[in-house]
Ligand binder design. Structure first.
Ligand code: FES
Length: 210
């Protein structure tokens, strides 16, 4: 009975996973594919074990051994699935575990910018320590958000500027340039915003404190 319940729950979890999978891209999708494959293997192993048990064999060694194999495969699948959620923040928030970091750090702009200036109204990638930001200049104001979309990691530097927002090229989420607030889904979370200022060496930035 426990095995039957387990198999039914696996089938239900697969439906939820499939819904998330259709909206998953990049490296997270590769890991999610591995997770799904392992889960299908485990499901098949459990089903075979179930069929063998249902036949009421005198020797139950094989179905029990198959259950153990299924458990080990599920453990591996859980590890990979946990990585998708807790490392990539997939379908959670890509920035859930990103530190607030109040320290000003030098911004590394692309080397080919004319005069080292941030171009007007053109999303521009820049490195801030280990993070990649997207910068948008509008007149004197420089806006900076994290480059990786909170929804599924889309590259905001390839997005369009629409109504004071940057629109993700992957699924169309919009985030206000001024503060990263989510204005349109499918993203459910705000985008980390950064303050930018001039420094002697060029530009520096830090995570917005509000
Ligand atoms: S990755 Fe889905 S909206 Fe950006």
């Amino acid at each position: 009975m426990t095995l039957v319940l387990g198999v039914l729950s696996m089938a239900a979890a697969a439906l939820a996973g499939l819904a998330d999978y259709t909206d998953t891209d990049g490296t997270a999708r590769t890991r999610a594919t591995l997770h799904a494959t392992l889960m299908v293997v485990a499901l098949v192993v459990y089903l075979v074990s179930l069929v063998l048990r249902a036949a009421g064999p005198a020797d139950r060694a094989l179905p029990v051994a198959l259950s153990i194999v299924g458990f080990l495969v599920i453990a591996a699948a859980a590890y990979v699935g946990g990585e998708v959620a807790y490392v990539f923040g997939n379908m959670v928030n890509r920035h859930a575990w990103r530190g607030a970091g109040a320290k000003w750090l030098s911004l590394e702009l692309p080397g080919d910018l004319p005069g080292g200036e941030i171009p007007e109204a053109t999303p521009t990638k820049a490195k801030l320590g280990i993070n990649t930001l997207v910068l948008v200049r509008q007149g004197e104001a420089i806006f900076a958000l994290h480059e990786q979309c909170a929804h599924a990691g889309g590259p905001l530097s390839q997005g369009a500027i629409v109504d004071g927002c940057i629109e993700c090229p992957w699924h169309g989420s919009r985030f206000l340039l001024a503060n990263g607030h989510m204005r349109r889904g499918p993203a459910l979370y705000d985008q980390p915003a950064y303050e930018v200022r001039r420094s002697e060496a060029g530009w520096e930035a830090r995570r917005s404190q509000s």
